[in-house]
Structures are given as C-alpha cells and as structure tokens.
Design a protein around this ligand. Structure first.
Ligand SMILES: O=P(O)(O)OC[C@H]1O[C@H](OP(=O)(O)OP(=O)(O)O)[C@H](O)[C@@H]1O
Ligand SMILES: Nc1ncnc2[nH]cnc12
Length: 264
C-alpha cells in the first residue's frame, strides 16, 4: 500500500474530529500522485484540498487549493465511478469557505454552483441519467440543500418528492430521528404517510460528511417500510468516513473532496 508517513503542524485547525495539534499520522489517502506537485512548495503551506472519488482528474483551482490525491483502495470508489467531463466543471464552481460555521470546518459552498446554470443542470442531469431507469418512485431530499437537488431529479424521473425536514416544520403527523453532524446535532422529521411500504426510494443531499444525516434519513424511511435503494450526493468528504456509516447501503457521489489542510 502506498502510505506516506508525514509529520505535520496544523495550519487551519483541521476537522478536529480526526486529530488536533502536532502529530504523526499515516496519510495514505492524501498522498499526491507523483505527477502532481504542490502549488506552493517554498516554505509556505502545502495544502491538499483534493478532488478524487470518481477517477476523474480535475486539474483546476478551487480557491487556493489545486492539488489532488488519487482515489485509494480504501474508498470503495468502484461503486461511485462516474467518469464524465462535466464533473470537473461542477467541482470547480463549488467554493470552499474555511472556518465556517465553526473553526476547523472547510465549508463546501454549493451556492456558487447554483450561480452557474451549466454546472447546476449538469449535476441534475448526472443524477437523472443514473436513476431514470431504476424504477424509483420516491426521491427523499434532506433539508435544506437536498431540497435544491431533489425536486428536479424527482420530476425528471417521474418520482414523488418527499421532504425530510428540520423539527417542527411539518404540519402533519411526523416521525423523528435525532442525529449528529460534523458541527452539532439535529433532528429530522418526515410526514407519516408520505411513503408507502416497499416504495423504491432514493435519498438526495448535497454532501456527505460524517454520514449522520443520511443515516437518519435512511432510518426514518425504513421505519415506514420504504426500500431505500441508494443515497446520492454531489460531494463526499471522504476523510470524515461517512460512507462507512452507511454500511452496505450504496452511495453515489459526483466527486470527493478532502478537507484536511496541513504543512510541514
Ligand atoms: O454527513 P453529515 O455529517 O451528516 O453532514 C451532511 C449534512 O450537513 C449539511 O447540512 P446541515 O445540517 O448543515 O443543514 P443545512 O443544509 O440546513 O445547512 C449538508 O447539507 C448535509 O445535509
Ligand atoms: N464541510 C462541510 N461543508 C458543507 N456542508 C457540510 N455539512 C457537514 N460538513 C460540511
């Protein structure tokens, strides 16, 4: 296995859920491909905010981050292999805001993608191409950003859209799940009766980080007897290992982005 042992000092306090302070860690998933050199080598920080996950090389800058890691064998990326030129453009439109909403979080801001109609449409098309012939009757979207991607996908594949909402927003009878996030905890609710037993269901969100949100959505849907066939997101943050929390539930993402920053 191609493992790089690296001694690092924290530049931007990384997602503190992994580590904090100086330390020696094994960063096999951050090993840059030999053909790709860090953008700033001389003295300054080397930042690997990386773009992998689909086998698609995305050689462009997003904010100041321009380096990439290759997909590695730990990321089960065979099941997310989308090889499509549209993905590079989509990824380039999603900006990263460091330290939002809390120090250490590298916030992936999809609102900048929504300003680019080509990127936004391409993202929807990629999902529709994957799901149009899968006999899916329910697209469940997670508030808030799953409400952006879910409805156009549902309309295009002829499915109903079911909103998975924050607490106390739905007026009818609901079932609830509490869950943890990269930066807090929350509760998700769904209307009882929105999904019928056995319905083939797709769960949509913009991003998977720790996976807590998708796990809550799956739990809610399965509690009412839905058949959750897959979860789909635009972005995966693989260093947060959310995919692992989904167990055997398939996860499809357009691309992955590493969020750890470091220097040495
Ligand atoms: O994989 P996880 O660690 O669960 O995190 C992913 C979730 O976090 C974000 O939503 P957030 O809870 O910030 O809500 P918002 O869309 O209303 O801002 C994102 O849109 C996902 O729903
Ligand atoms: N880093 C991140 N960026 C955007 N949304 C998120 N939800 C959880 N972590 C996130």
């Amino acid at each position: 296995m191609n493992t790089l042992k690296i001694s690092f000092a924290v530049l931007k306090k990384p997602t503190s859920y992994f580590f904090g302070g100086n330390s020696v860690i094994s960063l096999k998933s951050l090993t840059p491909p030999s053909s790709v050199k860090p953008a700033s080598i001389s003295g300054g920080p080397r930042v690997y905010s990386t773009f992998a996950g689909t086998g698609v090389r995305t050689d462009f800058k997003v904010n100041s981050y321009s380096n990439m890691a290759e997909p590695d064998s730990d990321h089960k990326q065979g099941d997310v292999a989308v090889k499509d030129d549209r993905i590079a453009h989509i990824s380039s439109t999603i900006r990263v805001i460091p330290d939002f909403p809390k120090p250490g979080i590298m916030f992936q801001d999809i609102t900048t993608m929504l300003l680019d109609p080509v990127a936004f449409k391409d993202s929807i098309d990629l999902f529709v191409e994957r799901y149009k012939d899968k006999d899916i009757s329910v697209v469940a979207g997670v508030e808030a950003r799953g409400f952006i991607f879910g409805p156009p996908i549902a309309l295009a594949i002829g499915a109903k859209f079911v909103p998975m909402r924050k607490p106390n927003k739905l007026p009818g009878a609901v079932i609830s799940e509490e869950y943890s996030l990269e930066y807090g905890t929350d509760i998700m609710e769904m209307h009882v009766g929105a999904v019928e037993v056995g319905e083939r269901t797709l769960v949509i969100d913009d991003l998977i980080a720790t996976g807590g949100t998708l796990v809550a959505a799956i739990n809610l849907l399965e509690r009412v007897g839905a058949n959750v066939v897959e979860c789909a997101c635009v972005i995966e943050l693989p260093d947060l290992k959310g995919r692992d929390r989904l167990g055997d539930k398939p996860l499809f993402v357009l691309f992955s982005r590493y969020t750890i920053s470091f220097c040495w």
